[in-house]
Ligand binder design. Sequence first.
Ligand SMILES: NC(=O)c1ccc[n+]([C@@H]2O[C@H](COP(=O)([O-])OP(=O)(O)OC[C@H]3O[C@@H](n4cnc5c(N)ncnc54)[C@H](OP(=O)(O)O)[C@@H]3O)[C@@H](O)[C@H]2O)c1
Length: 248
Amino acid sequence: MSDFDLTGKVCVVTGAGRGIGRGIAESLARYGATVVLSGRTAATLADAAAAIGAAASTQVADVTREADVIALRDAVLARHGRIDVLVNNAGIDPVWRGIEKTSLADWQAIIDTNLTGTFLCCKYLGSAIGQGGSVINVSSIAGRVGVTRSVPYCASKGGVELLTKALALDWAKRGVRVNCLAPGYVDTDLTHALLSHEVHGKPFLDHIPLGRFGTPREMGGAVVFLASDASTYMTGQSLVVDGGWTAD
Ligand SMILES: NC(=O)c1ccc[n+]([C@@H]2O[C@H](COP(=O)([O-])OP(=O)(O)OC[C@H]3O[C@@H](n4cnc5c(N)ncnc54)[C@H](OP(=O)(O)O)[C@@H]3O)[C@@H](O)[C@H]2O)c1
């Protein structure tokens, strides 16, 4: 357990009020971390933090707004005096249609949240992480292979994968590791309509060798590894947790 022990580490998770981010925050706290749950919606954050208990606190921030991200960093430093782990999980995918029917506004909203939000959080919170710390950017298998009717989402997540590699090179010198978690399909608010769809859902399930969708807790376990001393020689990489989707 000691290599995975996160006692004393201050971890910030964006998009932590629900879905995968909430699962990640719960897993980090289970391994001893102090967690700051961030997101746009105070009520869901409060709910998620209450389920974790005293190790958790909340801070509302929209990752697309530079001033919010700076305020998030300042609030965490004022509260805890340090940041050890940043999990850039906040993300959206509202489109699911061909490029012909994708508006510029659709494209910009996805890039702003998934890619620019990750950039801003790395810039302001990641920069405040000290030696031995770790950044974990939540990309997707859709950042590694193409997914139909998902041009902006795939582009945003592919960007997150390469942002991660480039930043890992820059920050290796100061002892801060930067990796990705690339989840496969997890049934959350983001994906439920698609994965449960009578026609479109079944092909997704059929494509997964393990025969089921993943859970937020299973994403949390991988993040605990990337946040902990169990992964101290790993940087600039992407940990794919997809039930075997990309194995063939
Ligand atoms: N579910 C999957 O199958 C899957 C697969 C691969 C990758 N991912 C990635 O995993 C991450 C989490 O996805 P999920 O399935 O858990 O989605 P979700 O259930 O829809 O939750 C998304 C979270 O992101 C937050 N968020 C969205 N826009 C934000 C913004 N501008 N600023 C701050 N927070 C924002 C939401 O906060 P509010 O509650 O305040 O709206 C919410 O907490 C995303 O990056 C997604 O792309 C998901």
